[in-house]
Write a protein that binds this ligand. Structure first.
Ligand code: NAD
Ligand code: MG
Length: 393
C-alpha cells in the first residue's frame, strides 16, 4: 500500500489524482490532503476520502474546517509548517506536488529532502531552483517522477531512470508539443483585447486558471522547456517546440539513429498521473483508450515567436542562467494574476516580464535564499512598473 499526500488536492491535478486513487483502494491510502482556502471543497473530500490529516494553508480556513469536522478523527493543520509536516512524515512514501506557483516550492523541496517519491506537477518549483532541486533529488535519493503531460511522455520515451541523470545516450532532440492554446489562430491585432474568460477557455485541456493563461501565452511551453532541461540534463538547443493542435502526441524523443519515439493518448491528465503513481507498473486511469481512426489527422507546425513572445523570454532566461529563471517565473506569476484581475492586458504579460528581466541583476543560485530573493525582487519590480504606468496615464 502506498501512503499518499496530495499538495493542492482541491485543484485540477489534485482532483484527477483523487479520481485514480478512488479506482485503486487496494494500492493507495490517503495520508494527507492540502489546500489553501477552499475549506468547503475540502470538507467534501474529507467525507469521501477520509484522509488522516488535512492542511489548510490559510489559518481562517483551517479554523472553519476544524469546526465542520468536529467529532471526526481527521486532524486539521495550517500554514506552511503544516504542509511540510504532512510531506516529511515517516508514514508517507508518495507526495503529489500539485500546488500552483512558487508557493509550492518549500513543501515540494521538503518532500525531496525527505527522500520521498515525488510526482511533480508544480513545474514552477523546479524552474525557479533548477540545479539546486535536482542536486537535492540525488543527494537525498528521492524519486522524481514528472506528471506534466509532456515530461511524463518524454520520461516514457527515454531509457529507464533518466530523470536527473546524464542526458540519454544516443539522444538527438527532445520535441515538446503544445496545442498553442485558445489564441493560436486569433488575429494578432485582437490579442490586446482578449479577456480572462477567453484565455481560460483552453481548446483541449481543462486546467486551473494560472496554467490556462500560461498556455494561452505559451509561457507554459517556455517553463516546460526549462523543466525538460533540468529533468533530462539537456540544453535549451536540444529542445524543439512544435505546435500540435490535437494534443494527442504529448511529446517525442528523437534519437541519433533516426528513430523518433512518441507517447500518445487522449488529452487527460489522469494518464500521466496514473503512470507516475504506479510506476514502473501500469494501472487503469479511467481514461478512454485513444481511437486513432477518430482522431484521423495529426498536425505539426512551427510555434511563431511574434504570436508567442514568452517562448523567447524563457529561452533567454535559460541562457542568462542563475536566478534569471526565478525572475522569469515570478514576473509571470504576478503578470498573470494582474491579467486575471483585469488590471493589465493580455499582451502586457510578455511585455512586463521582458522589462522585469531587463531590470534585474542575475546572480548565481547558491542557496534557497538567492532564489527567494530574486523571486521577491521580480514581484516588487513588476508591481512598481504597473504603478508607474498607471501614474503616467
Ligand atoms: P489549480 O488552480 O486548479 O489548483 C491549485 C491547488 O493549489 C489548489 O488545491 C489550491 O488550494 C492550492 N493552492 C493555491 N494557492 C496556494 C497557496 N498559497 N498555498 C497552498 N496551496 C495553494 O491548479 P492546477 O491546474 O491543478 O495546477 C497545479 C500545478 O500543476 C501547477 O503548477 C500547474 O502548472 C501544474 N500542471 C497542471 C496541469 C493541469 O492540467 N491542470 C497540467 C500540467 C501541470
Ligand atoms: Mg504540460
Amino acid at each position: 500500500m502506498r501512503q499518499v499526500t496530495i499538495l493542492g488536492a482541491t485543484g485540477s491535478i489534485g482532483q484527477s489524482t483523487l479520481d485514480i486513487i478512488a479506482l485503486h483502494p487496494d494500492r493507495f491510502e490517503l495520508y494527507a490532503l492540502t489546500a489553501n482556502t477552499s475549506h468547503q471543497e475540502m470538507l467534501r473530500l474529507c467525507t469521501r476520502f477520509k484522509p488522516k490529516l488535512v492542511v489548510m494553508r490559510d489559518l481562517e480556513s483551517s479554523k472553519l474546517l476544524k469546526r465542520s469536522l468536529k467529532g471526526s478523527t481527521i486532524k486539521v493543520l495550517s500554514g506552511e509548517e503544516g504542509l511540510v509536516q504532512v510531506v516529511v512524515a515517516d508514514e508517507v512514501d508518495t507526495v503529489v506536488a500539485a500546488i500552483v506557483g512558487a508557493v509550492g516550492l518549500i513543501p515540494t523541496l521538503a518532500a525531496v529532502k525527505a527522500g520521498k517519491r515525488i510526482l511533480l506537477a508544480n513545474k514552477e518549483s523546479l524552474v525557479m531552483t533548477g540545479a539546486l532541486f535536482i542536486d537535492a533529488v540525488k543527494q537525498h535519493a528521492a524519486e522524481l517522477l514528472p506528471v506534466d503531460s509532456e515530461h511524463n511522455a518524454i520520461f516514457q520515451c527515454l531509457p529507464k531512470g533518466s530523470v536527473g541523470q546524464d542526458a540519454a545516450q544516443g539522444l538527438n532532440k527532445i520535441i515538446l508539443t503544445g496545442s498553442g492554446g485558445p489564441f493560436r489562430d486569433t488575429d494578432l491585432a485582437e490579442l490586446d483585447n482578449v479577456t480572462p474568460e477567453q484565455a481560460c477557455n483552453h481548446p483541449n485541456w481543462d486546467m486551473g486558471p494560472k496554467i490556462s493563461v500560461d498556455s494561452a501565452t505559451m509561457m507554459n511551453k517556455g517553463l516546460e522547456m526549462i523543466e525538460a532541461c533540468w529533468l533530462f540534463s539537456v540544453d535549451e538547443a536540444d529542445v524543439d517546440i512544435v505546435l500540435h493542435r490535437q494534443s494527442i502526441v504529448h511529446s517525442m524523443v528523437s534519437y541519433k539513429d533516426g528513430s523518433v519515439i512518441a507517447q500518445m493518448g487522449n488529452p487527460d491528465m489522469r494518464t500521466p498521473i496514473a503512470n507516475a503513481l504506479a510506476w514502473p507498473e501500469r494501472i487503469a486511469s479511467g481514461v478512454e483508450p485513444l481511437n486513432l481512426l477518430q482522431v484521423s489527422q495529426l498536425d505539426f507546425t512551427l510555434a511563431d515567436s511574434a504570436r508567442f513572445p514568452c517562448l523567447e523570454l524563457a529561452r533567454a532566461a535559460w541562457h542568462l542562467g542563475g536566478t534569471a529563471m526565478a525572475v522569469l517565473n515570478a514576473a509571470n506569476e504576478v503578470a498573470v494574476e494582474l491579467f486575471l484581475k483585469r488590471e493589465i492586458k493580455f499582451t502586457d504579460i510578455a511585455l512586463l516580464i521582458g522589462k522585469v528581466m531587463e531590470k534585474t541583476e542575475v546572480v548565481a543560485v547558491t542557496d534557497l535564499d538567492s532564489v527567494l530573493n530574486a523571486d521577491a525582487a521580480a514581484r516588487r519590480i513588476l508591481h512598481e512598473l504597473v504603478r508607474q504606468r498607471a501614474r503616467s496615464l
